[in-house]
Design a binder for this molecule. Structure first.
Ligand code: V1S
Ligand code: CA
Ligand code: ZN
Length: 393
């Protein structure tokens, strides 16, 4: 008895494709599509599928991908073959077409299928929203925010988020994109640089010389040339190592609260990259499952149609915990969830601790030093408040 019930008149849809999870980027590569299997298995073990509409998503078509990507790029992506002998990291050939085939964006078996399935889930989610069949649609297999119109970048080949937002824009005047992945959401920002119908907001670790992708400074707010309606519609929240739940949620609520008031979006797309959690293999923050989830809760409370995307997340047990808790928030059962992981959870030993909410000490031993003075966070809020004076709905 999971105690999980379906609230009347409120629909959550869950979009996944088990075929996506079988793909491998390579042994040493941090991106493990298997984390989706682990996440789904925890979500199902809690019985949450009974409170959602569950769909196996289809692969996006070439034409759907071409709503954003160039056909040159798609044609190449569809025909390149994995290299018989993978290059090692140091000796990588710099002569890459569309940035494909390096160590970040390797060519692997079934690459095109993997990409089109990720985008298919995101598009199915968007269509459930626009047809008003779902209030919240979840696509944990999406969220690949670095991909550009004609370039792969940072483990991302197809920008499923941009493709899904373009679909939302056929029905809604304004869409708010929010990105809590530890990396800057550069691909989504760039795609909507010249429109005032999408406001993009990314929270990320910012260190231009030492942290990928190096963009997303506080005052990068969209090209300010004379007739660009998109000027001021890119919001960046550059952060330092070790930020805590309390600070992050204060920032998130204050910034997103002001933006919703000013920009008055008709729908929200939230990228829930789980590499902003403490203990992530690539991330640098001290966020816990509760603090990461509080962002989802805040967005839900705004009361607009909402899509939840996945994204980064390189310590699979933490990814699974966060996306499970966030699925419970979408359904509205987060206050009744048993913090003890269900006995019958497959791969239960992967989780190390038997709780959904491990403490920082359990995750890290020694927490990472917090390099975010309160004064700097206040300056960030101040800059964004001033930026928003140029924005009108
Ligand atoms: N940080 C980091 C990192 N680690 C790797 C990596 C490590 C081992 C491998 F076998 C292959 C790659 N690449 C990076 C970053 C890219 C991070 C992408 C994050 C994606 C997301 O979470 O936001 C969304 C899914 N790349 C770099 O830092 C670039 C390099 C500059 C340094 C690392 N080498 C391997 C490539 C060039
Ligand atoms: Ca981000
Ligand atoms: Zn990331």
């Amino acid at each position: 008895e999971s105690g999980i019930t379906r609230p009347k008149g409120y629909n959550v849809s869950f979009h996944c494709n088990p075929d996506m999870e079988k793909h491998h980027f390579g042994m040493t590569h941090p991106m493990k599509p298997w984390r989706l299997t682990l996440s789904k298995s925890l979500i199902y073990s809690y019985g949450m599928s009974f409170a959602m509409d569950n769909y196996i998503s289809r692969a996006a078509t070439y034409e759907e991908l071409a709503s954003f990507h160039s056909t040159d790029y798609l044609d190449f992506l569809g025909t390149v073959l994995p290299e018989p002998v993978p290059r090692d990291l140091e000796n990588s050939n710099p002569d890459l077409k569309f940035n494909l085939g390096g160590s970040d964006c390797p060519l692997f078996d079934g690459l095109y299928d993997y990409c089109s399935m990720s985008a298919g889930g995101a598009l199915d989610a968007a269509r459930k929203i626009t047809s008003k069949q779902s209030d919240i649609a979840i696509a944990w297999g999406g969220g690949l925010h670095h991909a550009k119109k004609a370039e792969a970048s940072g483990f991302c080949y197809i920008n499923d988020i941009v493709v899904a937002i373009l679909e939302l824009l056929r029905f809604y005047p304004r869409v708010l994109y929010i990105d809590i992945d530890v990396h800057h959401g550069d691909g989504v920002e760039e795609a909507f640089f010249s429109t005032d119908r999408v406001m993009t907001v990314s929270f990320h670790k910012y260190d231009p010389n030492n942290f990928f992708p190096g963009t997303g400074a506080l005052d990068d707010n969209g090209p300010k040339n004379e007739h660009n309606p998109g000027a001021h519609h890119a919001v960046n929240v550059p952060l330092n190592d070790g930020i805590t739940d309390e600070q992050y949620d204060m920032l998130f609520d204050s910034i997103i609260g002001k933006i919703v008031e000013k920009f008055r979006p008709s729908a929200i797309a939230l990228q829930c990259g789980a590499d902003s959690l403490a203990g992530d293999r690539l991330g640098r923050f001290n966020l816990q499952v509760q603090g990461h989830g509080a962002c989802v809760e805040f967005c839900k409370k705004v009361g607009l149609p909402l899509i939840l995307f996945g994204g980064g997340g390189y310590t699979p047990r933490n990814v699974a915990r966060a996306w499970t808790y966030e699925t419970s928030i979408a359904i509205g059962c987060q206050d009744n969830i048993n913090p003890l992981l269900p006995q019958h959870t497959p791969w239960r030993e992967q989780f190390r601790q038997d709780t959904l909410f491990p403490t920082l000490e359990q995750i890290l031993g020694e927490p990472r030093q917090n390099r975010n003075p309160q004064k700097r966070l206040q300056e960030i809020v101040q800059h964004i408040s001033e930026q928003l004076r140029f924005v009108q709905a």
